[in-house]
Design a protein around this ligand. Structure first.
Ligand SMILES: Cc1cc2nc3c(=O)[nH]c(=O)nc-3n(C[C@H](O)[C@H](O)[C@H](O)COP(=O)(O)O)c2cc1C
Length: 195
């Protein structure tokens, strides 16, 4: 529906045996429970974007044609969303190369949209998420403050599951998730109105 807010949940890990699809599917389910929200999974492992290597500047592309069918389809899906939740792993204190490729490969479709983060790892993915916030600003996005940093006991319990994991296991961060979704929606509605 026209007035619905569309949230894209981006799973940033494409690794064999990854953890990221479990919190990704959980937050997708939480977002879908909200009236007036449409949530879509954007799984970089399934999409298999090429490594960013196209000529020219993505920021110069105005018509959604990035010169490659896969990228164009990705741009269309990002362009149709009003807000994003990036579910990020932390590798060597940074985020994944898959996320960097996805973020760098297109431009306009990210602009003027809010983004929230879910992280996990020894410090709840905090270092990767801080880096993502800096990159998001350069993409003219609005990274929001509220985030979900999974504590290690939740990580360990969820890791034993196959996706989708039992949503009850995320209960310790349920309040954080509600706060994050509330704030994300506030920004999504505000920026959608101005866009
Ligand atoms: C290459 C690599 C580097 C890692 N570096 C970190 C790190 O810097 N900080 C951290 O908290 N966890 C680190 N870890 C552990 C990850 O947090 C953990 O493996 C997590 O499950 C990775 O996300 P994924 O399974 O969704 O890919 C690292 C894991 C790998 C494979």
């Amino acid at each position: 529906m026209e007035n619905n807010i569309k949230i894209g949940v981006i799973i940033g890990s494409i690794r064999e045996g990854r953890f990221g699809d479990k919190p990704g599917r959980w937050i997708l389910g939480e977002a879908k429970k909200i009236a007036g929200v449409e949530a879509e999974l954007i799984d970089l492992k399934e999409i298999k974007l090429p490594t960013y290597a196209t000529g020219g500047y993505p920021s110069a592309v105005q018509d959604g044609n990035y010169g490659n069918d896969k990228l164009n389809a990705f741009a269309k899906s990002i362009g149709s969303a009003d807000a994003f939740i990036i579910v990020s792993p932390e590798y060597n204190h940074g985020y994944s190369s898959a996320l960097k490729d996805a973020l760098d490969s297109i431009y306009k479709e990210w602009n003027n949209k809010p983004v929230a983060f879910i992280g996990y790892g020894s410090v709840g993915g905090g270092r990767a998420i801080e880096q993502l916030r800096e990159v998001a600003v350069e993409l003219q996005m609005a990274p929001i403050r509220n985030a979900v940093h999974l504590p290690s006991d939740v990580y360990m319990a969820v890791m034993k599951e196959t996706a989708p994991a039992d949503p009850e296991l995320f209960k310790p961060v349920a309040e954080k998730a509600t706060g994050m979704l509330t704030q994300l929606l506030w920004w999504a509605k505000a920026l959608k109105a101005v866009r």
